[in-house]
Design a protein around this ligand. Structure first.
Ligand code: BMA
Length: 340
């Protein structure tokens, strides 16, 4: 039994492997059969990575960043019986506007998938006269209705909280530029209706820890726990050979999630396996989703690897919370409400 309680959507069918014997000082461990999605996974798609999944009916469903053979990223729907082996639709997700007319984004990447009440929401990065956030809803994974773009350009890495907080929808995002952004903190915004957004707050900034000293961005949808919102995010450092993306962890206040209660000074996972170090963009571990089981506290983390593959990693709620707390460094700008 997990001491840390997990709330929200949980499943006892979460994929799982025990922690390897002898693995020390590492609260997150990789699936031994990684990567779970290899190259050329679907017709006209060279690579799938940075993708999000969830339990659905008697299996699993996901939204996948598919890099087409013309180089343009789009979102594809995938289904799985075991959350490890995936089959993808041949066609891109057919987005429509509120009137039911075709309304495809120019490009679409890094999708997240979050269920709030009875509706599933997809958020992704797209062109809105510059890099910005796209948002769509579906109830049946057949009709996908694009909603108003929540934010002005430039912005990336949007992820909804899985329930309303104090009566409002809440979304994390990372204001950016339209290129390979050399800066970036995580903010949150509230909305009563997913159309009008406001009450913007700073959540947490890049830090003086070297592994996340350039920028950070929201990753998987925050997991509601008895300790607060457990957030897996990405942190980026700069090297003479370019950026390196690692996975970090923090715990946000349950009622005021712009307040960071604990923030792990160490990365939880950094590129070290061949599929993380070698690919279209080397040295990228980019979390976009988790699935979890309340009874055992098992958590499976889905992350993009080297902009080429999807990898799976595991942790356990008690262990990860304890590790984050034991290594927590919260700076003043993270601990405050984030309003200036
Ligand atoms: C970011 C995004 C991600 C990508 C990462 C590393 O700016 O574009 O999709 O994984 O760069 O290339």
């Amino acid at each position: 039994m997990s001491k840390v309680q997990i709330y929200g959507i949980t499943t006892d069918r979460v994929p799982w492997q025990e922690k390897p014997q002898g693995l020390q000082d590492a609260p997150v461990w990789r699936y031994s059969e990684n990567p779970i999605i290899g190259r050329n996974p679907a017709r006209g798609v060279a690579r799938i990575f940075n993708s999000a999944v969830m339990p659905y009916e008697d299996g699993f469903i996901g939204v996948f960043r598919g890099e087409q053979t013309n180089g343009i990223p789009y979102i594809y729907l995938g289904r799985s019986r075991d959350a490890i082996h995936w089959e993808f639709d041949q066609e891109k997700i057919p987005f429509q506007d509120e009137e039911g007319n075709d309304f495809m984004p120019v490009y679409a990447y890094d999708p997240r998938l979050v269920k709030v009440e009875d509706t599933c929401y997809i958020m992704w990065c797209q062109d809105f006269y510059g890099a910005s956030i796209g948002l769509a809803r579906t109830r049946d994974f057949k009709t996908f209705t694009r909603m108003e773009n929540p934010f002005l350009p430039f912005n990336r890495n949007a992820v909804l909280f899985p329930r309303k907080i104090n009566g409002n929808f809440v979304m994390l995002s990372r204001p950016s530029d339209s290129g390979h952004t050399p800066f970036g903190d995580i903010f949150l915004s509230e909305s009563p209706d997913l159309v009008y957004w406001g009450k913007h707050r700073h959540v947490m900034g890049k830090s003086s820890e070297w592994w996340e000293s350039v920028k950070i961005g929201g990753g998987a949808a925050p997991i509601e726990t008895s300790e607060g919102w457990l957030l897996f995010y990405h942190g980026v450092t700069g090297t003479c050979n370019g950026f390196v993306y690692s996975i970090g962890g923090a715990i946000l206040d349950i009622d005021n999630p712009s307040i960071v209660k604990y923030r792990c000074e160490n990365f939880l996972l950094t590129p070290q396996e061949w599929y993380e170090e070698r690919g279209f963009v080397p040295n990228v571990a980019f979390p976009c989703a988790t699935m979890q089981d309340a009874a055992t506290g098992r958590i499976a983390i889905y992350y993009g690897c080297a902009d080429t593959y999807v990898g799976l990693a595991f942790t356990q709620a008690d262990e990860i919370v304890e590790y984050i707390k034991a290594h927590s460094v919260v700076r003043e700008s993270d601990a405050e409400i984030g309003r200036r």
